[in-house]
Design a protein around this ligand. Structure first.
Ligand code: FES
Length: 648
């Protein structure tokens, strides 16, 4: 770690969703969270009580994302030595100034923990909240901590990252928005991601940093006012290309931490085992770079998580450069893999790509995430394939050809690539070698400026002479693409055009024309694969407080289970309604920023209360920010026929 940090504050949140209680020092027990952190929560009364006291999701409890009013409550912790050395008394106040208290015994958690005294407090707190469908609100004390997920333990926020976010958005960002246990100052902005998988010390106590913290809708609430005033997940996603802010720690030794303690790496070389997720931003090192054409350069990067070299052909890596003005991230298809490193080939255009070209040298580090991408090319599929690309869109073509070569494939492959001249085809020799290595592959190079400097490649001359490569002037017309489809289907007995598959990559205009031409030649749309890369744009960080355009009631049907539920304006989003109806739908940010909640809209229409940062594909919707504008049928069914729904 280039710079040490300083522990600025320590906070526990004894009652989930309510304001925290700060302290100057805390006793740390190996493998545990802070004492008295998230030991209590207020059940809404909307769900059946569950025997056993295990972890339950936050939907069961009053929490900030659903009930921003909680910021107006108060909490205080006072020692209660008459009940044990570490016993505390929690005083809870409502916005009207009424208070009640709860005794938290010495052993505040764990299987042997005596239960807090709740009866008297519940007779008061039960009246502070509207009753739920199945009973009144009540404080509960499960045997496990009520973090947002069972092993969240201790959360840390880097104040410099928040300062950067504030500077980027022009907004003041109160650190309490993130409800972290530890605030640290002095670390470079976003450098906390490089601590994941490392051991750090705070004073004498050692911690494993085991994952970055993804942010959810709770951070949209201003902790001072209770107003939903900044869509933090959407801001992170749009500006930084990920949804993470802060990291989680697991103590591996015990002791005491105090504010002012220094945060530093315990051992530069030591690594701890973590289970990385592709979405985690992490520091990759540039191991080599090379110039491909006058506009394109390649960068070989390693991945500390080891995920990128396992990418499927067609997938991409996301590069994050938080030191640049937002939006400061871009996606690049992985154009090559060599053992534990991958290659991206970047065309110099603007902003991020210019920075990479001008500044990135071997040994430099940058944040990356991935692999991502809907396009996942299967080299074992035995149907003939067409690979259509233009310009720097050559990169997935190279990845697909390499995958076919490694698989020993003998299927017919038609490659069509568009470039100004042979001298500007990135990785031309590699492309020719891959085509030559596949017994049934042919390549057509469409050259839009054949008078521009040509490549001086004997391999190209040989391949043209051998009939494996054709050079054609101008952009491909529909008839040429139709002829490629006919050749590909004719080359494999019994294969119709509708059964062929295609991978298309290039600028939007090329993509549109190529897909239309392939469909016009009889190919099935579902067999034409492409990923749309777009330049990220910045949404207004202030979410407009939109109301549902229609009050309902509307019937929402869930074909996966055959159930249905009635939506009204009070039901919240489609995701809220589905969860209340017992549907098990995935979600993460609940703010339209991550795409986790994407689902199929089979029929009906919806409207968005928060505009998605990334629009889902046709016929799919983000359920966390969608409301129905009529009766709808919603259900995950990836392989179903194209749905008929529309987005209002
Ligand atoms: S849960 Fe992230 S977009 Fe809906």
């Amino acid at each position: 770690m280039a710079t040490d940090g300083t522990l600025a504050s320590i906070t526990r949140y004894p009652l989930k969703g309510l304001p925290g209680v700060s302290t100057d020092s805390a006793t740390i027990v190996a493998g545990e969270g802070l004492a008295h952190d998230r030991v209590l929560a207020i059940e809404t009364g909307d769900h059946e009580p569950r025997a056993g006291g295990g972890w339950r999701p936050r939907a069961v409890f009053h929490h900030l994302a659903k009930n921003p009013e909680l910021v107006r409550f108060s909490t205080r912790l006072d020692p209660a030595p008459e009940h044990g050395e570490r016993a505390m008394r929690l005083t809870v106040g409502n916005p009207e100034g009424e208070t009640t208290s709860i005794l938290l015994p010495s052993a505040d958690h764990g299987d042997e923990a005596p239960a807090p005294h709740l009866e008297a407090a519940n007779s008061v707190i039960g009246d502070w909240f509207a009753p739920g469908a199945r009973g009144g609100a009540a404080v509960t004390a499960p045997a496990v901590r009520i973090w947002d997920w069972p092993e969240a333990l201790i959360s840390l926020i880097n104040l410099e990252s928040l300062a950067d976010l504030a500077a980027q958005t022009g907004r003041t960002i109160d650190p309490r928005r993130f409800r972290a246990n530890l605030l640290v100052s002095g670390l470079p902005a976003w450098s906390e991601f490089s601590l994941v998988g490392r051991v750090v010390t705070l004073g004498d106590v050692a911690f494993e940093v085991f994952q970055p913290t993804d942010r959810c809708r709770a951070t949209t609430v201003d902790p001072a006012t209770g107003l939903v005033d900044l869509n933090v997940p959407a801001v992170l996603a749009a500006r930084l290309g990920h949804m993470f802010c802060g990291v989680y720690l697991r103590p591996i030794t015990g002791g005491t931490i105090t504010t002012g303690a220094t945060l530093r790496l315990r051992d530069e070389a030591a690594r701890v085992a973590v289970v990385p997720d592709p979405s985690w931003p992490r520091p990759a090192t540039v191991t080599a770079r090379s110039t491909e054409t006058s506009l394109a350069s390649s960068f070989w990067i390693d991945d500390p998580a080891g995920l990128l070299p396992r990418a499927i052909a067609g997938q991409h890596v996301r590069v994050h450069l938080p030191q640049l003005g937002a939006p400061n991230w871009r996606n690049y298809t992985i154009s090559g893999v060599d053992r534990d490193r991958v290659r991206i080939t970047v065309k110099r255009s603007a902003d991020v790509s210019v920075h990479l070209h001008e500044n990135l040298r071997p040994g430099d580090r940058m944040l990356v995430s991935g692999p991502f991408g809907r396009v996942q090319f299967d080299p074992l599929d035995q149907t003939p394939v067409l690979l259509l690309s233009a310009g720097i869109g050559i990169t997935p073509t190279l990845a697909a050809l390499r995958a076919l070569q490694l698989a020993g494939s003998r299927i017919p492959v038609e490659v069509l690539h568009v470039e100004r001249s042979t001298g500007e085809v990135a990785h031309l020799d590699e492309l020719l070698a891959l085509v030559a290595a596949l017994p049934s592959a042919t390549l057509t190079l469409n050259l839009t400026r054949p008078d521009a400097p040509a490549a001086t490649s004997p391999n190209l001359d040989d391949a043209v002479a051998a009939g494996r490569v054709r050079l054609r002037p101008g952009r491909p017309r529909d008839e040429q693409i139709s002829a490629s489809v006919a050749r590909a289907s004719g080359s494999s007995a019994g294969t119709s055009a509708g059964e062929l598959r295609a991978l298309v990559c290039g600028p939007a205009v090329f993509l549109e024309q190529a897909v239309d031409a392939l469909e016009g030649a009889g190919m099935a749309r579902s067999r034409i694969h492409f990923d749309v890369f777009y330049t990220p744009t910045l949404p207004d960080p202030e979410p407009e407080p939109k109301s549902p355009p229609e009050p309902g009631p509307f019937t929402v049907s869930f074909p996966a289970t055959g159930d249905s539920a009635v939506w009204t304006a009070e039901s919240g989003s489609l995701l809220d309604l589905a969860e209340a109806a017992g549907q098990d739908w995935p979600s993460a940010c609940r703010s339209g920023a991550c795409g986790t909640c994407e689902n199929v809209l089979r029929s009906g229409t919806i409207a968005y209360l928060t505009e998605p940062v990334i629009q889902p594909s046709d016929g799919r919707i983000l359920t966390c920010c969608a409301v129905p504008t009529g009766d709808v049928v919603v259900g995950e069914a990836v392989s179903e026929p194209t749905p008929q729904g529309a987005i209002a």
